[in-house]
Design a protein around this ligand. Sequence first.
Ligand code: 13P
Length: 253
Amino acid sequence: MKILAGNWKMNTTFEEGYTLIEALKTELSPERLGEVVVVLAPPVVQLTQAIDLLIDYPEMAVAAQNGHASDSGAFTGEVSMAQLADAGADAVIIGHSERRQYSGETDRDVNLKTKSALAHELRPIVCVGEDLSVRKAGTHLAVVEAQLRAALDGIDGDLAENVVIAYEPVWAIGTGETATAAQAQEMHAHLRGVLRETYGELANHMPILYGGSCKPSNAAELFAQPDVNGGLIGGASLVAADFVALADLLQKA
Ligand code: 13P
């Protein structure tokens, strides 16, 4: 399975979200997408708008950008995985580096959220990635491996088949600086090896997405890597023409 996911982050008004989804619906026919599955992650306040607009478009799924691990309770301002599933979401992004950085999310939080998402039949898109200091120190493979192992701790193969991994080097997010195709492939192959240790053959079918300044001008080479199964796109997911171009490139890869 190839996945093109758009993480809109804290962008778009209701109307902008509507216009973007309508444009994608017009362009991205099932024939054009082929085996590419599109996932859109609008701000949570627009989640039901996206779900309603895409009700007849099963090839385009809707994800939240975060969810709480508890089903309900006194957690002001939070939205649970149970509530996201109840609203009709298909997936949820978990452990994005911006949440780790600005909201103090830990590997343990990521693990609990992933378990909760799976319990509510939401497909978790689990984000891992190193910051620039780690990359410069040369310990990126070990650091990201530890994030992955922690995120999936205690999750067996029956559930893991629904997990999507996203490798997003922090130094490449929103910076215009992309990992080279070789850097992405090196990390993706390493993560695939870690998944294989735990899940065996299933690891070959678990999508590993690349994210970080991925755009039409650099995506072809990234998507061509054997262990890159798609993209988690920030900025370029807000521009319909760019996102459509990325879908085309992934379809052809
Ligand atoms: P950019 O594509 O804007 O670098 O963002 C990547 C990202 O963080 C997607 O989750």
